[in-house]
Design a binder for this molecule. Structure first.
Ligand SMILES: Cc1ncc(COP(=O)(O)O)c(C=O)c1O
Length: 400
């Protein structure tokens, strides 16, 4: 049984009375994750994939096991590849820099992307003369499938889009777009930074070639992320870095690279952080993803409805809460978003994010809010009481 009161006990930071609603930026980390990382430092701290001594063997086992945990978590097949990276940004950059681009190739992306899944493609335009086409949704962030049909053609090498917007909270129809991309022989990359922590993401169901996400948004530590690669695309994707740990043989004029995830994980990896990510996955599995999703759905509905009822407020994203995850981006008319965020902290102990959320094209061209907005984002430890407090604190500011 999903029990938020019990879950909250695992997050001592909450004892101070703060209401943490900046989860889309980074989540909090529960004690079992920290303990598992500390266990590495206390009991078997050593480098991985190298030593024969028992500490290195234990560290290597724990580190390798994380790949299998991640694969199970996103339902990857056993011959697909899970690469442990620094974060979503690095995962996307591996793909951007690892494919063999030719002048005239096309990348299709969207206007609601985080900069990490946007400027990476613009840079290729400069470097290789590729074309970047940006698909625009309606004001709520909902796409007309026809726009993708018009944008994706036989010159399209890659379609790169987010599964959920980090501003609008909108869930995108990645399964349908994956099919369309593949019909045209294009690869399909999904930015799962916001979806993997909150929805049951199944790479086989989506049919994507790449999925990128970050550990720190799903109860794990910072400094660890994931790039999932479907078996068929591994060979065409070159690693971003090579060096120690990535080779089978090196002579004075030749080297050959290992054909498994080690090829992409050059040098000493973030070992404790990877182990922490594994523990975060275990934690989510223990509390139960179905319970987590249904809890977040209830809070999201209340948060969006409650905020929309406040005078002088604009709430962005889909009105239909079933089409979104627990992110509410809003502005109070005539208030700076940073002032609102500060007031929520000072007057109500509520932590939210304000600004452009690394999504300037969305803020400027879709919402016409170059000054940004306030964003409250939920996770499994938030409660209905906290949502009510958010609504009443925003209302107080709006009527002040
Ligand atoms: C949708 C989306 N993509 C990519 C990123 C980048 O994630 P990271 O900073 O962990 O690389 C974020 C971070 O907020 C995000 O929300």
């Amino acid at each position: 049984m999903f029990n938020p009161s019990k879950i909250r006990l695992d997050f001592p930071i909450l004892k101070s009375g703060i209401i943490y609603m900046d989860n889309a930026a980074s989540s909090l980390t529960p004690e079992p994750v920290l303990q598992k990382m500390l266990e590495f430092y206390h009991d078997y701290r050593a480098n991985v994939k190298r030593g024969v001594h028992r500490l290195s063997q234990k560290a290597s086992e724990e580190y390798e096991q994380v790949h299998r945990k991640v694969a199970k978590f996103i339902n990857a097949k056993s011959d697909d590849m899970i690469v442990l990276t620094k974060n979503t940004t690095e995962s996307i950059n591996i793909v951007a820099n690892g494919l063999d681009w030719k002048k005239g190739d096309k990348v299709v992306t969207t206007l609601i992307e985080h900069h990490s899944n946007f400027i990476t493609w613009l840079r290729l335009r400069k470097r290789f003369g590729i074309k970047v086409e940006v698909v625009k949704p309606d004001k709520e962030g909902i796409f007309d499938f026809k726009s993708f049909e018009e944008a994706i053609d036989d010159k399209t090498k890659l379609v790169a889009m987010t599964h959920t917007s980090n501003v609008l909270g909108v869930i995108t129809p990645v399964e349908k777009i994956s099919e369309l991309a593949h019909d045209h022989g294009a690869l399909f990359l999904v930015d799962g930074a916001q979806s993997v922590p909150h929805l049951k993401v199944d790479v086989q169901k989506i049919g994507c070639d790449y999925l990128a996400f970050s550990g720190h948004k799903m109860l794990g530590p910072t400094g660890i992320g994931v790039l999932y690669m479907k078996k068929d695309v591994v060979e065409r994707t070159q690693p971003l870095c090579i060096g120690g740990g990535t080779v089978t043989k090196v002579s004075s004029d030749l080297y050959s690279l290992i054909e498994d995830s080690r090829k992409f994980e050059a040098g000493t990896p973030a070992i404790a952080e990877a182990i922490g990510l594994g523990a975060a996955i275990d934690y989510i599995a223990r509390v139960g993803f179905d319970g987590l999703m249904s809890h977040e759905r209830k809070l999201t509905e209340k948060m969006c409805r409650g905020l929309r009822d406040i005078p002088k407020i604009e709430v962005y994203g889909p009105k239909d809460h079933k089409k979104r995850i627990g992110i509410a981006a809003f502005n109070i008319i005539n208030f700076s978003p940073h002032d609102v965020a500060l007031a929520l902290d000072v007057s109500a102990n509520i932590m939210v994010r304000s600004g452009n959320h690394c999504a300037m094209p969305l803020m400027k061209e879709l919402l016409k809010k170059p000054e940004g907005c306030v964003r409250a984002s939920l996770y499994l430890y938030n409660t209905m009481n906290e949502v009510n407090e958010l609504i009443s604190a925003v209302n107080e500011i709006a009527i002040s």
